[in-house]
Design a protein around this ligand. Structure first.
Ligand SMILES: [Zn+2]
Length: 253
């Protein structure tokens, strides 16, 4: 039975190890929405379950090899297919005046960057420590692994954002080699990340941004209270598929 309704050209163009050129998707059902709302599953596990039930990638091992940039793209497209691209709303606290407001965008208008170079791993040269680091693109399996580590520290409730270890581990998971040594243990890679001088860290982040691809999850919004404009993120949280109710003019604050 083929009930797929859309075929996606993936931003990775299918040229990375484990990535696919095209993926077919079907609209999400209440079953998948329940997965998204689950409190016992980590974000990576939710991605895995929803991909295997809503796309033609039925094999979990195949899904785990997908680049995370493709996974994010796939999720935006799943939403567009299931509830429409417009009306994605998010309520945020203004970074200037701290008052909350709601912004709304059409997800079809977000830029999609295709993979520029199929070279993987790619290299970053760090001037302060004098080391050459090679990096790979994050896969769903890496996300599942770092989620698991954060879960053991019980820090996943805050999405890892307030967990400094989560950031080191996320980066360590992408390091293939340091100065040609690709045999380092994961703990040693974490230690290496923690030892980096800020300038080297900046270069590492810039290099990753240069090689990044997929859908741009950033958007700008203007606070109606103080008129300041800032950058906000489309979040794949439980409200992603069902945005909060639209605030009327009289709701205020
Ligand atoms: Zn404001």
């Amino acid at each position: 039975m083929s009930d797929f309704e859309a075929t996606l050209d993936m931003p990775s163009l299918g040229v990375l190890n484990g990535s696919k050129e095209t993926v077919q998707i079907r609209p999400m059902t209440v079953r998948e929405e329940k997965i998204l709302l689950s409190k016992s599953l980590t974000p990576g596990d939710k991605f895995l379950k929803i991909i295997t039930s809503s796309s033609d990638i039925a094999d979990p091992n195949e899904a785990k090899r997908l680049p995370m940039s493709d996974v994010m793209f796939l999720f935006i497209k799943l939403r567009n297919l299931s509830v429409g691209s417009s009306g994605y709303r998010n309520k945020v606290s203004c970074s200037m005046c701290d008052q909350s407001f709601q912004w709304e965008i059409d997800l079809n208008t977000q830029d999609v960057k295709q993979l520029k170079s199929e070279e993987e791993p790619y290299t970053a040269e760090l001037p302060r420590c004098g080391k050459k680091v090679t990096l790979k693109h994050m896969r769903l399996q890496d996300q599942i692994d770092v989620d698991k580590m954060a879960r053991t520290r019980k820090s996943l409730a805050v999405g890892g954002i307030n967990d400094p270890n989560f950031l080191s581990e996320r980066l360590a998971a992408l390091i293939v080699s340091v100065d040609g040594n690709d045999k380092a243990l994961f703990a040693e890679k974490c230690k290496f990340v923690d030892s980096l001088i800020t300038q080297d860290m900046q270069i590492l982040n810039d290099t990753m941004a240069d090689h990044d691809f997929g859908i741009d999850l950033r958007t700008t919004a203007t606070c109606p209270h103080c008129d300041s404009t800032d950058e906000y993120l489309v979040r794949l949280d439980p409200t992603f598929f069902r945005s909060p109710r639209k605030l009327s003019e009289t709701d205020g604050n």
